[in-house]
Design a protein around this ligand. Structure first.
Ligand code: APR
Length: 315
């Protein structure tokens, strides 16, 4: 099973890695990489296509500076935006990326009004809201990538610590991306064995803390940019679940309408992903501490949305 067309917007580190994974996994007949930078998407797209004879895939990869070739694209993975540069405030970043996501969303709506949009650009819970509002798409078709990445980081650290296969580790992380994420210890297991039976609580706490700061750990190494291999793999896993109608339950940022007692914001929750995008939000039981942590995470997302609205109102 594969899509006819998947478009990746933003041909930077995350976007180019997405298109490479999409084509190598043959998730679409055509993978289109779109960026405003002239020559970059064309060059990276051609380079990737030239790896096809070696890797043995038949997905055609194209690069473009406009959206004409994206007409009818089934899925858009949106990674366009800027990273924070020295001297730039978070508010500046928020405003600039919201502007980018708005203009990209207008194009998506124009060329592919039935498409499913996966938002990767940060701060993603807020950018997903901008995309939802601008496209006017139902919430089933605008989903944010965060939980899959946070969970992957958590699982990778557990595998290292226990020296066991990554395949056997199941975990669930809710809430906003990064600092305010809410790992659910009671839903973390290794081949069905609760993690608490295999690891002391202080070690679990240490791994949770490392996961929360996982993005920052990579930035500290790279210095000039942020993570891209794992974020791209996470976005592509979501696309795969949709394209293949796998009905996987993955933690994603979804627009809440009463689930977990909240409405009118994007927050990381377990989502059933299938052919229609977000098929269902799965509500799991939370203890009081987890419920409180989720609420704190939601407040953080809401305050960032309010900050954006205030900045935009001020011009
Ligand atoms: N339309 C299309 N592409 C754009 C636009 C736009 N309006 N504005 C910027 N871009 C492109 C840039 O030209 C650049 O090639 O987005 C790309 C971003 O790439 P990088 O700077 O390499 O950033 P990257 O590391 O890929 O991260 C992208 O994903 O994980 C998040 O926090 C990360 O928000 C960031 C995003």
């Amino acid at each position: 099973m594969s899509a006819k067309k998947i478009t990746v917007v933003g041909a930077g580190h995350v976007g180019a890695t997405c298109s490479q994974l999409l084509s190598q996994k043959e998730l679409a007949k055509e993978v289109i990489l779109v960026d405003i930078a002239e020559g970059i998407p064309q060059g990276k797209g051609l380079d990737q296509w030239e790896s096809a004879p070696i890797e043995g895939f038949d997905s055609r990869v194209y690069g473009a500076n406009d959206y004409e070739q994206c007409v009818g694209s089934e899925i858009f993975i949106v990674t366009a935006g800027i990273a924070r540069k020295p001297g730039m405030s978070r508010d500046d970043l928020l405003k600039t990326n919201a502007h980018v996501i708005r203009s990209v969303s207008e194009e998506i709506k124009r060329v592919a009004p039935e498409s499913i949009v996966i938002i990767v650009t940060n701060p993603l819970d807020v950018m997903a809201q901008v995309a939802l509002e601008t496209t006017g798409f139902p919430r089933e078709r605008v989903i944010g990538m965060a939980g899959v990445l946070d969970t992957a980081r958590y699982r990778s650290f557990i595998a290292l610590e226990l020296d066991v296969s990554i395949e056997d580790i199941q975990a669930l992380v809710l809430g906003g991306h990064g600092d305010t994420m809410v790992p659910l210890a009671s839903y973390t297991s290794v081949s069905g064995i609760p993690l608490t039976q295999l690891m002391a609580q202080d070690r679990i706490d240490a791994l949770v803390d490392r996961t929360r700061k996982g993005g920052g750990e990579i930035v500290a190494y790279l210095k000039t940019g942020s993570a891209y291999y794992a974020p791209a793999a996470a976005a592509v896993q979501m696309a795969e679940a949709i394209v293949k109608d796998k009905r996987r339950i993955l933690p994603c940022a979804a627009w809440l309408q009463g689930e977990y007692g909240m409405s009118g914001l994007f927050l990381g929750v377990p989502c059933l992903l299938g052919a229609n995008g977000l098929e269902r939000i799965v509500e799991v039981q939370l203890d009081d501490a987890e419920q409180a942590a989720l609420k704190t995470s939601a407040e953080h997302v809401t305050s960032t949305v309010q900050a954006l609205k205030a900045i935009e109102a001020a011009g």
